[in-house]
Each structure stands twice: as C-alpha cells, then as structure tokens.
Write a protein that binds this ligand. Structure first.
Ligand SMILES: *[C@@H]1O[C@H](CO)[C@@H](O)[C@H](O)[C@H]1NC(C)=O
Length: 164
C-alpha cells in the first residue's frame, strides 16, 4: 500500500516537472523567432519578452525609432556636427523616423508589402548617412550605431516574413 502510494506520488511529481518543462518551451519561443535571423544575438535582445512574430516586429520598429533618435543626438553632439556630411546624415535620420512611423501604419493595416518597402527605405536612409561621410573622406561619429541600426532593420525585415 505504501509502495503504491509512493509510485503515485512520483508519477504526479513527474507530471508536474513535465508541465514546467512544457511551459519552459512555450516561454522560450521568442528565442526561436530569431532562429533564421542574420544577427541572432541582436535579434534575441530585441524580441526578448515577445512571443509572436507580429509583436516582435512592432518591437523592432519601436526600438529603431528610439535608437535613431539617439543617433541624431550623438550626431548633434559630435565635434563635426556642422559639417555637410553631418547635415546629410541628420536629414536621413529624419527621413528614417518618418518612414518608421509609416511602417507602424503598414503593420496596423496588415500591409506586408508596404511594410517591406518602407523598412527597406529606412535601411537606405542609414546607408546614405554612411555614404555622406565616405564621400567626404571623414569618419562618421555615428558609424557603429548606424551599422547597428542597419542590422536591426534587417532583423525587422526578417521577422516580418514570419508574420502570417
Ligand atoms: C510605404 O507605405 C505606403 C502605404 O502606407 C505606400 O503607399 C508606400 O508606397 C510605401 N513607401 C515605399 C517607399 O514603398
């Protein structure tokens, strides 16, 4: 009798552990969102706490907006903030911010095609900032952050392909 009781308890314990295990799998889904992404670590950092591709895509756009604003501040605080390259760069960051807000509208309208072209336009804005400095033969004060922004936008384009 005592042995039987004991077996039943271990079965219950096993079931309890198993459901914790299953819950763990469900919780780790955001990590799997980045399985096919190019910049997996950056992607996982961005989509942390999200459990759907749509939520993750919104998150990327929101973080792009705040990081683009940070890039603008960094640019205006740099020693070369009055240079022509900095002016071109600033305009492109403004364009990127505008396009990112259009991306949110596209998401709200479930318009994947427009989202893609608008987010691609955002990437082009960031690239134009790099080009302005390259053409001027100067080192961009936002070089690193601008590369990160391009990678983040790439991740956004990837995550959008998972949205159905
Ligand atoms: C951005 O989205 C709008 C729809 O909101 C669309 O009309 C427009 O063509 C898109 N822009 C680009 C650059 O593709």
């Amino acid at each position: 009798m005592a042995i039987k009781h004991c077996k039943c308890l271990s079965l219950l314990l096993f079931l309890a552990m198993f459901s914790i295990f299953l819950a763990g799998i469900a919780e780790s889904r955001p990590v799997n969102l980045c399985g096919g992404a190019d910049y997996k670590r950056l992607c996982q950092k961005i989509v942390k706490g999200q459990n759907s591709p749509l939520g993750a895509t919104y998150e990327v756009v929101h973080q792009l907006i705040s990081e683009t604003k940070r890039a603008k501040r960094m640019l205006s605080q740099s020693a070369s903030s009055k240079s022509q390259a900095a002016q071109i760069c600033k305009e492109n960051f403004d364009d990127a911010l505008f396009d990112l807000h259009v991306c949110i509208t596209n998401q709200n309208n479930h318009d994947k095609g427009s989202f893609n072209s608008n987010l691609s336009a955002v990437v082009a804005d960031y690239v134009a900032c790099d080009d302005a400095y390259t053409e001027a033969g100067q080192i961009s004060p936002v070089d690193k952050l601008n590369k990160k922004l391009q990678n983040m936008a790439d991740i956004g384009l990837y995550l959008e392909t998972l949205v159905h």
